[in-house]
Design a protein. Structure first.
Length: 214
């Protein structure tokens, strides 16, 4: 991604996060519903990324009220129209079948994916480099977490809540399959729904884990 493109996407992301629609979605989030449905209060990272997805599932009119999105989309439309009207052959091949709604939806889906990637990195940075003890102070209480660590024993991202049974025992091991590294977390006793394990995909800088009890 070019620097100018990254700056533009960050600007769009800021506009989305500060929009009335997103703020309303955020205000409607209820941690108690999380606990009732998932058995734990979810990571803020997961909640925020879900809210971003919800934003892009809103009415198109509301999405385009965010001026930065509208300006970005208008540029994409103009560029595409210019391309398919470049010459007669291209117009006959692509232009006659051009369908605006499908084009807009495809562009917004791509935008959502790019913004989610940038936002996840931002959220990870809030935790990266913290010690497990420092992270503990920032986490919701009365939960048991798995924190993924780098080679220095510091966090790489927000810890993963496993259970609200803080007396449970968590063990873990790293496995590699088809070139992909996963951490397998075993839970004793099993969760209320019978789940006795959790699989998390590791990033390249993640080499170990630890339990955090809050």
């Amino acid at each position: 991604m070019l620097k100018g493109e990254e700056e533009q996407l960050n600007k769009i992301l800021d506009a989305v996060l500060n929009s009335g629609v997103f703020q309303k979605l955020r205000s409607e989030y209820d941690a108690k519903e999380d606990i009732e449905f998932y058995g734990v209060q979810r990571r803020r990272t997961s909640v925020e990324l879900d809210l971003l997805e919800d934003f892009f599932e809103d009415d198109l009119e509301n999405i385009l009220k965010v001026e930065e999105i509208w300006k970005w989309l208008l540029h994409e439309i103009k560029s595409h129209i210019e391309w398919i009207t470049y010459d007669v052959k291209e117009f006959v091949k692509e232009g006659l079948g051009f369908e605006m709604e499908g084009f807009v939806n495809e562009k917004l889906n791509c935008l959502q994916s790019e913004l989610a990637e940038i936002y996840e990195e931002r959220l990870d940075l809030e935790w990266r480099g913290l010690t497990p003890e420092e992270a503990k102070e920032k986490l919701p209480k009365n939960q048991l977490y798995i924190a993924l660590l780098d080679k220095d024993g510091n966090l790489t991202r927000e810890p993963f809540p496993i259970t609200r049974n803080t007396d449970a025992k968590l063990t873990w091991k790293i496995e590699t399959e088809k070139g992909k590294r996963n951490i397998i977390v075993n839970i004793k006793p099993p969760l209320a729904n019978g789940t006795s394990g959790k699989v998390l995909r590791l990033k390249p800088n993640e080499v170990s884990a630890t339990t955090i009890k809050t």
